[in-house]
Design a protein around this ligand. Structure first.
Ligand code: GAL
Length: 466
């Protein structure tokens, strides 16, 4: 039974008429919400400003200011080729673009994208002040004078031997098409490994995971596909663990493969392949976080989205945890890195061996949500920027001792002769305000800009040492 308290005083909020009470409740809730939003905005701005301030102090670091110089590139289109009047009548020629010229093996300006052996970078015979200079797109020789074969690769810094190891697809074989409509390919030869102390002079350590010559049922049979190998070190098991994209010639197997070794220079024992989390997996990478947890990231659902999930403690398998990210965005060639607690990633679009526009992404948690931050490429010219400098991301290497500075590693694929694909290494920095509003932050740019600077010729800061 309800007893009426006759001593209770009427208050302003007390409802005499129910609708008035409802109204004032709504008004007060709205005011509360607005105050909260305002506070959030202020906090976000302070956060952004402090990040930007921190980042611009990075940009002011004299060691890297040279790397952040904007270098323009002016490429003259060749004059149109002469065609017989009959040929012109049969098929009127579409206006050519720089991308058409890049893809045309007989283009008159091919030497710009694929300079000949004459200009090869040869660390063992570097004269004058050529030492330690990267020349993106030029042939790069190892210490024995052979072109480096480490495509779609990645780098491991081995704390034990204090050495960098560069692993990649060894593609020194003839390019052919398995089918009329199939992508250009080279039979699997294996994973090449090169070692270096200075990130410029690379010694060939041989093929650390070779193809299988005879057993046609083996994942590594030469008729299959082995792409984008990456190696990380497991501190608990003291093993070097390699993950790679394993496929058949038609790219229908869409799996990952795992191999392991107790030495960075192999030989690696091939363990198995699988479809991670039961999904198709093509371009992929692995990333080892500061806390020792490693992750697999792969293009899935016919390359329409990426999946990310932690590996088990031994790094030999995935766990049941997985998140779908960048859904419906059709991104591949993921290259992940971390700066000041934020995760960043560069991806490419899906156009096979042909180059396309890169995108940078950022996330507070590696499992997402991931934001798009637009095209990170700076300098060159418009077409250079729209094609990731005619290359495709493969790895981003942090430069120890230079926080916010990285080497962006990309492949300039040569589908006419894949073994002659080139390396495009460029400085990548994280700093300055991002220039694009984001999806999950009420439109506020919470993260710093990721910038990849074009340089025809560049070197790491002279006082930088591995
Ligand atoms: C690209 C991919 C490469 C390779 C190529 C084959 O999209 O990034 O790793 O698979 O397709 O056409």
């Amino acid at each position: 039974m309800r007893i009426r308290n006759k001593y209770r005083k009427p208050t302003a909020l007390r409802c005499i008429a129910g609708s008035r009470c409802l109204m004032s409740n709504v008004v007060w809730s709205l005011v509360g919400l607005l105050v909260m939003l305002h506070l959030y905005t202020l906090l976000s701005h302070t956060n952004v400003q402090s990040r930007v301030a921190r980042s611009s102090s990075i940009s002011r670091n004299p060691l890297i200011s040279e790397l952040e110089e904007v270098e323009e590139e002016n490429i003259q289109m060749p004059p149109p080729r002469r065609r017989s009047p009959r040929a012109a009548k049969r098929k009127p020629k579409k206006p050519t673009t720089l991308i058409d010229e890049f893809l045309d093996e007989s283009s008159q300006i091919r030497h710009i994208f694929f300079p000949s052996m004459k200009t090869a970078v040869d660390p063992m015979n570097a004269v004058g002040n050529e030492s330690l200079y990267y020349h993106p797109g030029q042939i790069w020789l190892d210490t024995e004078g052979n072109p480096i074969q480490a495509h779609g690769g990645g780098i491991l810094y081995d704390g034990i031997s204090r050495t960098y190891y560069w692993y990649g697809e060894y593609k020194d074989g003839p390019t052919y098409h398995a089918h009329k409509k199939g992508a250009a390919r080279v039979d699997v030869i294996g994973v090449g490994c090169y070692s270096s102390k200075d990130l410029w002079t690379w010694k060939n350590e041989g093929i650390v995971l070779p193809a299988e010559e005879n057993d046609e049922t083996h994942d590594l049979h030469k008729s299959n596909v082995l792409e984008r190998p990456k190696v990380i070190y497991n501190d608990k098991t003291a093993n070097y663990v390699m993950w790679m994209h394993i496929d058949d010639a038609n790219y229908t197997k869409a799996s990952v493969g795992v191999a392991v070794s107790d030495s960075p220079t192999g030989p690696f024992d091939y363990l198995f392949s699988k479809r991670p989390h039961g999904f198709d997996s093509r371009d992929m990478s692995i990333f080892k976080d500061d806390d020792g947890v490693a992750y697999l990231i792969y293009s899935s659902d016919d390359n329409s989205e990426l999946h990310i999930g932690p590996l088990n403690e031994e790094y030999l398998d995935v766990t049941h945890v997985m998140k779908r990210i960048l859904i419906g965005q059709h991104r591949e060639a993921p290259a992940l890195f971390k700066h000041e607690g934020t995760y960043y990633m560069i991806t490419s679009g899906c156009t096979g061996w042909a180059p396309n526009e890169a995108l940078a992404h950022a996330a507070e948690s590696i499992m997402g949500p991931w934001e798009n931050m637009g095209n990170p490429c700076i300098g060159g010219n418009k077409i250079f920027r729209a094609t990731t400098f005619f290359a495709q991301s493969t790895f981003v290497l942090p430069l120890s001792g230079l926080p916010g500075s990285f080497i962006f590693m990309a492949d300039r694929w040569n589908p006419a002769d894949l073994r002659d694909s080139r390396y495009v290494w460029l400085p990548l920095t994280v700093g300055g305000a991002a220039d694009q509003p984001f999806d999950y932050s009420f439109g506020f740019p919470l993260w710093s800009r990721v910038s990849i600077y074009w340089h025809k010729r560049w070197r790491l800061p002279s006082r930088w040492s591995a």
